[in-house]
Write a protein that binds this ligand. Structure first.
Ligand SMILES: [Ca+2]
Length: 86
């Protein structure tokens, strides 16, 4: 089970398959939590595997104040984010 860091995060208001971002052959999932940190927002990438989805985010992106990052997420967005995080 995946959970946000606080009730006000609105964790998982947006969830999308991200495709196979890390290229290991298993589809990964991106989850938005736009309410995180006084509406700065966060987006999390969870890696898929043979045993299922990881319960720990492999990538966490955080928005700036009031930006509500993660209000909507899609595979293309997290692919760009991953490229800048590596
Ligand atoms: Ca993958």
């Amino acid at each position: 089970m995946l959970t946000g860091s606080a009730a006000s995060d609105t964790f998982a208001i947006a969830v999308s398959t991200a495709g196979d971002v890390d290229g290991d052959g298993y589809d990964d999932v991106v989850v938005g939590a736009p309410g995180y940190g006084s509406s700065a927002g966060r987006a999390y990438l969870y890696a898929g595997s043979a045993s299922g989805l990881s319960s720990t985010a492999s990538v966490t992106l955080e928005g700036t104040s009031e930006s509500r990052l993660g209000y909507a997420v899609a595979g293309a967005a997290i692919s760009t984010a991953t490229a800048s995080a590596t």
